[in-house]
Write a protein that binds this ligand. Structure first.
Ligand code: FAD
Length: 470
């Protein structure tokens, strides 16, 4: 047994949910241990998710801009090339710096870090097979499960991380594929598809459903899809991949209409399977202590993140809710605040969502479809970046801001932005929604000129009155 028998909190999993919970617990004076099997902190997000994907999105965007946009700004050079190994090593450096940074934060906050695979012996004891081949038992008054999620596999498509890759393999290809097929048009598929498209791949996205990113406001989605198509991405919707044949040089896919019908074949060099993610609890021995899960394997919790087993909690991708890093972090903080006798709070209606393509698409609050289905009378205010002076000055003016507000009270219900930096712009809207602001509240805030943020102000003006610049 380890020396940390008297833990107040033991966190299983060191992703954005788990490591944030561990740091917060220690800051609140609780004796805390975090167990992580990967050998590096930061979880999916930092190691094979948010961070490496944003590194490659930025690098590939730079290449694309150098090739297609710099000359418009009078910046000329004779040739531009991709050095893929250098691009990958920039990404790897970013990841390793950040994971080591979290280890530093653990030391600073006195969180004990145990590297190994944890499984329940009892509701207060975790057996850990450590990375260096030992076994230790970590005890705690409270245990937080933060074991995250894993790639969802599809029947008939075995992932080998070479020709048939998950997002993890797509972040580490050693050659630029001539033809890439992305199976699943969620944000991860579109981001990774964008990376390889910009680097020269022919990219075809095959999606079972009728729409890309189905949770998006449909008016924004249509413009977004058109923008991706202009960049050369192809979409085959309402179609399923029945099987893949990897016996030849590349991959031969067999496709079938979602509604049934004649099969067709399609060739690719690499196939990316990005059809969603599933909660990861394998090897945890949840049955042993009787923790309840839903049909999809997500751990069921109450508003205090408590499972049905007293003293056992769960947060992040492993519980229901949006599978996003910032949501996992909010869960972690709120869960630990409850444990420390305080009050925690996560507003799941106000978790922003961002697709980090170019332009980016970001949203917070309700889509027009959701507002309609609630039967609320509403107004829509829109402002295109084509009429925003900063966007025009830098020649990057694709996209718009769309605000939905209650017709009677003018309270903002949802904000949707497509713009190069939408992921940053959205937080002004997130604060407005959090404080129950009206569109007039945003419109009457002085916004610096010339900024992209002025488009939000103008869209707010358009919601209850008239914009100036269009
Ligand atoms: P995870 O990050 O999955 O962490 C769980 C950790 O627990 C893992 O490190 C795992 O090794 C460990 N673990 C599991 N079981 C055990 C065990 N028994 N013992 C010990 N350790 C264990 N989200 C965003 O918000 N923004 C983005 O831009 C974004 N981009 C993404 C891009 C990609 C390609 C992918 C795949 C995901 C992306 N996500 C993004 C989603 C984000 O990564 C997850 O929502 C987030 O990581 C969830 O955090 P978590 O702490 O719940 O779980």
């Amino acid at each position: 047994s380890s020396g940390s028998d008297d833990n107040d909190v033991v966190v299983v999993g060191g992703g954005p949910g788990g490591y944030v919970a561990a740091i917060k617990a220690a800051q609140l004076g609780l004796k805390t241990t975090c167990i992580e099997k990967r050998g590096a902190l930061g979880g999916t997000c930092l190691n094979v998710g948010c961070i490496p994907s944003k590194a490659l999105l930025h690098s590939s965007h730079m290449y694309h801009e150098a090739k297609h946009a710099f000359h418009n700004h009078g910046v000329k050079f004779s040739s531009v090339e991709v050095d893929l190994p250098a691009m990958m090593s920039q990404k790897d450096k970013a990841v390793s710096n950040l994971t080591r940074g979290i280890e530093g934060l653990f030391k600073k906050n006195k969180v004990t870090y145990v590297k190994g695979y944890g499984k329940f012996i009892s509701p207060s004891e975790i057996s850990v097979d450590t990375i260096d081949g030992e076994n230790t038992v970590v005890k705690g008054k409270n245990i937080i499960i933060a074991t995250g999620s894993d790639v969802k596999s599809l029947p008939g498509i075995a992932i080998d991380e070479k020709k048939i890759v998950s997002s993890t393999g797509a972040l580490a290809l050693t050659e630029i594929p001539k033809k890439l097929v992305v199976v699943g048009a969620g944000y991860i598929g579109l981001e990774m598809g964008s990376v390889w498209r910009r680097l020269g791949s022919e990219v075809t996205v095959v999606e079972f459903g009728p729409d890309i990113v189905p949770t998006m406001d449909s008016e924004i989605r249509k413009q977004f899809q058109r923008s991706l198509e202009k960049q050369g991405m192809k979409f085959v919707l309402k179609t399923k991949v029945v099987s893949v044949d990897t016996s030849g040089d590349g991959v031969k896919l067999t496709l079938e209409p979602a509604a049934g019908g004649d099969q067709t074949t399609f060739e690719a060099d690499v196939v990316l399977v990005s059809a969603g993610r599933v909660p990861f609890t394998s090897g945890l021995d949840l049955d042993k202590i009787g923790v309840e899960t839903d049909k999809g394997g997500r751990i069921l919790v109450n508003e205090r993140f408590s499972t049905n087993v007293p003293g056992v909690y769960a947060i992040g991708d492993v519980i229901p809710g949006p599978m996003l890093a910032h949501k996992a972090e909010e869960d972690g903080v709120a869960c630990v605040e409850y444990l420390a006798g305080k009050v925690g709070h996560v507003d799941y209606d106000l978790v922003p969502g961002v697709v980090y393509t170019h332009p980016e698409v970001a949203s917070v609050g309700k889509t027009e479809e959701q507002v309609k289905s609630l039967g609320v009378e509403y107004r829509v205010g829109k402002f295109p970046f084509m009429a925003n002076s900063r966007a025009k000055a830098i020649d990057d003016a694709e996209g718009l801001v769309k605000i939905l507000a209650d017709k009677e009270t003018d309270k903002i219900l949802g904000v949707h932005i497509m713009a190069p930096n939408a992921g940053e712009l959205i937080h002004e809207a997130a604060i407005a929604l959090q404080y129950d602001a009206s569109s007039e509240d945003i419109a009457r805030v002085c916004h610096a000129h010339p900024t992209m943020s002025e488009a939000l102000k103008e869209a707010a003006m358009a919601t209850y009155d008239k914009p100036i610049h269009i």
